[in-house]
Design a protein around this ligand. Structure first.
Ligand code: PLP
Length: 421
């Protein structure tokens, strides 16, 4: 459920009509609903209410400071994958003890600044990283809490580019070698083992891969305890999918996911940590765009929007589907016809949908891409020298610009021409 609904014939974000935002900010623009973000975060909390837990929002899904502040104020932890994301979480007011540092390629500089700033745990992904972290921490006179991310070799049954739990993926340490790596960790200075970490992929629409992976994790947890390690915390990653198509069966709910967690690792008495991103932010955002032109091609019509692949790359990158709906509610029974929805970027890949069934739209009409709150604005670029897409947050009848669109002058001012040219 989200808070983007028609009222009085116009699509609203909560109580704000979207044309009001488009009129003031222009398009394209991302619009987020605070009520939806809050609702989705609370669903995960409720799903784990049976145990000690921390829901860490995966900052990579949506890293706007206002979004992080909202979630942080609700008590969320943050899962970050770079020094930059760590700085965002801190700037949003989240204390270090609620921030987890994941990722396969943490640099020594990043380790150092995160240790100085305070951190809940490092999720270590290789022996090389373990050695580097030990050296950095020991040189600083610090002892840092760590988990090792293990790769269970489970097929998450999702898009290949966002599957992370198969042995051929770059993530984690093969679960078969985990005891060896924990034994190494125990001998190294500057490190304190606190648990185990796992994340098997994103946009999972079936709970069985989780069940299989967490069952392996439970076996490992017992073996590591028998080896003498203090396994007090399990970080189970994120990945629960969202319904991108309204007409498809919905993926499992957070409550059902929480039940799988309980059934597989619930009896270990560990604190449970999870890292959902998409499920919290995805359906909490839309991308608003305007029609620039309608064009008749050979046997197909094109709806050319002012949003492009640089603003929302998921369709070009993952062949992802986003429902595209008119902001003015079509009359009941309005005729629809197939159009290819495209952007102005000079690539055929800049196609959002082929043969989308849409009612007649004209120049200047607004459309909304649903389910665009996660992996939307964060992956936006200025390709084709198109200004970075702005973001707006709505709460009830209030709204605010939370990332401004740069002017072309500001964009050009970031480049410099060497004096010798
Ligand atoms: N945790 C880690 C380590 C990730 O790599 C990701 C994304 O792939 C997430 C959490 C969040 O995944 P999702 O947004 O699908 O919940």
């Amino acid at each position: 459920m989200d808070h983007f609904n028609y009222a009085g014939g116009v699509l609203h974000a909560e109580d704000v009509p979207l044309p009001e935002i488009a009129g003031r900010i222009g398009t394209p623009v991302y619009v987020y609903s605070a009520a939806t973000l809050t609702r989705h975060f609370n669903l995960f909390r409720q799903a784990l209410a049976w145990t000690d837990h921390l829901v860490c929002f995966a900052v990579k899904a949506n890293s706007n400071l206002a979004v992080l502040r909202l979630l942080g104020d609700l008590g969320a932890g943050m899962d970050v994958v770079s020094g930059g994301e760590y700085c965002r979480a801190r700037a949003a007011g989240v204390p270090g003890e609620r921030i987890v540092f994941s990722g396969v390629g943490k640099t020594r500089d990043e380790m150092q600044s995160v240790i100085s700033g305070g951190i809940r745990q490092f999720n270590v992904e290789s022996e090389a990283e373990l050695m580097a972290l030990s050296a950095v921490a020991a040189a600083m006179g610090a002892v840092v809490p760590i988990t090792v991310r293990v790769n269970p070799d489970v097929d998450a049954m999702t898009h290949a580019k966002i599957a992370t739990g198969k042995s051929e993926n770059k993530f984690g340490i093969p679960i078969a070698r985990a005891r060896e790596v924990y034994a190494l960790a125990a001998t190294l200075p500057g490190l304190r083992v606190v648990g185990i970490d796992m994340h098997i992929g994103s946009q999972l629409t079936d709970l069985e891969p989780y069940r299989a992976a967490y069952a392996k994790l439970a076996v490992l947890a017992r073996a590591l305890r028998a080896d003498g390690h203090d396994i007090a915390r399990l970080d189970l990653g994120g990945g629960l999918g969202i319904p991108y198509r309204r007409d498809n069966a919905a993926p499992p709910l957070p409550m059902e996911y929480g039940q799988v967690v309980r059934e597989t690792v619930g009896d270990l008495g560990c604190e449970i940590q999870i890292e959902p991103g998409r499920n919290i932010a995805g359906n909490a955002g839309v991308l608003l765009a305007s029609v620039i032109y309608l064009k008749q091609g050979e046997g197909r019509d094109f709806l050319i929007l002012d949003a492009a692949m640089n603003d929302l790359i998921r369709p070009a990158m993952y062949d992802a589907h986003h429902d595209i709906i008119p902001v003015r509610q079509p009359v009941v029974g309005a005729a629809v016809s197939p159009v290819d929805v495209v952007g102005p970027v000079c690539e055929t890949g800049d196609t959002f949908a082929r043969g989308a069934q849409l009612p007649a739209l004209g120049q200047g009409d607004l459309v909304a891409f649903r389910s665009a709150g996660a992996y939307g604005a964060v992956m936006a670029s200025e390709y084709n020298t198109r200004p970075l897409v702005p973001e707006v947050l709505v709460s009830g009848d209030r709204w605010a610009l939370i990332r401004a669109r740069p002017t072309i002058e500001e964009m050009l001012a970031r480049d410099s021409i060497p004096a010798w040219l």
